[in-house]
Write a protein that binds this ligand. Structure first.
Ligand SMILES: C[S@@+](CC[C@H](N)C(=O)[O-])C[C@H]1O[C@@H](n2cnc3c(N)ncnc32)[C@H](O)[C@@H]1O
Length: 263
């Protein structure tokens, strides 16, 4: 679906319980992901029945036209333990088997515990991916240095969505593309209802019990319910320098990929 221009509603960013402002929100998000980093991969795959791997693979496939260019510069922000960066690298290696000179994909995150796990996985899997510690709202890279910027389940955690999009736009060269994979409130229908019940009632309990961090797994459905709707996020993207915004939904409308081109 291609989205036509709309006036965006004012959208703030995430506000974990108790955070009064952007600085506190970012600090809480950072501490929370630092706490759950050791169990993050296991819980991600367990709680999503490994569907998270499929969603990242599909996301990578949507950008095959960029991945097949060996000189394309690709940044995955809020990369966590690196799974989307690895999915992009796999898709790229498959497309470029004849060219060993592909540029490595760069993953960035502001939680050291996530990045150290990402480093280990990159070494073990011999992925053409490097990682850097960086705040997605203040990226330490020069303007227009990337052809593709992606994020999987990370963008929702930013303390200011508009600033996040402006920072992504700053990173992209004109014509470069963005892909934001996120959870969203599922649509109508019985399967969506079952998923909604699971996501709001079972997942936080199971995640909280296994990780020992109830706050982190209560935050997940709470932050999704407050995240802009796909149409509202699309409107914000259009207002922050992007065109050709496309929305693809999976899993009964509960997982959404926004892609767009920087004007
Ligand atoms: C739910 S995890 C997603 C990780 C990974 N992209 C994935 O697909 O599994 C969210 C990640 O976003 C990171 N994050 C949140 N806010 C950030 C910010 N302002 N700057 C950098 N990383 C941030 C967290 O540290 C965490 O690793």
């Amino acid at each position: 679906m291609t989205v036509t221009a709309q006036k965006p509603a004012p959208l703030p960013g995430t506000r974990p319980e108790g955070a009064q402002d952007e600085r506190e929100a970012a600090a809480r998000v950072r501490r929370m992901f630092g706490r759950i980093a050791p169990r993050y991969d296991f819980l991600n795959h367990f709680l999503s029945f490994s569907l998270d791997r499929l969603w990242r693979r599909r996301t990578a496939r949507c950008f095959a036209h960029i991945l097949r260019r060996p000189d394309a510069r690709i940044l995955d922000i809020c990369c966590g333990t690196g799974d989307l960066a690895f999915a992009l690298a796999r898709a790229r290696s498959a497309a470029l088997s004849s060219s060993p000179n592909q540029l490595p994909i760069l993953g960035s995150d502001f939680v050291e515990g996530m990045l150290s796990r990402a480093h280990q996985k990159a070494r073990a899997g011999r992925f053409a991916v490097t990682f850097a510690a960086a705040d997605a709202l203040n990226l330490p890279f020069v303007d227009a240095s990337f052809d593709l910027v992606t994020s999987a389940f990370g963008f929702r955690n930013l303390a200011n969505y508009e600033s996040g999009l402006r920072e992504i736009a700053r990173m992209l060269r004109p014509g470069g593309e963005v892909g934001i994979l996120e959870f969203t409130e599922p649509g109508a229908g019985p399967f969506a209802g079952v998923f909604r019940f699971y996501f709001k009632n079972i997942l936080p309990r199971v995640g909280g019990a296994i990780s020992g961090d109830r706050e982190a797994y209560a935050y997940l459905p709470g932050s999704v319910s407050k995240f802009p709707s796909p149409a509202a996020l699309a409107a914000l993207m259009q207002a922050t320098g992007f065109a050709d915004v496309r929305i693809i939904t999976w899993n009964f409308g509960s997982v959404v990929l926004h892609s767009a081109r920087r004007v």
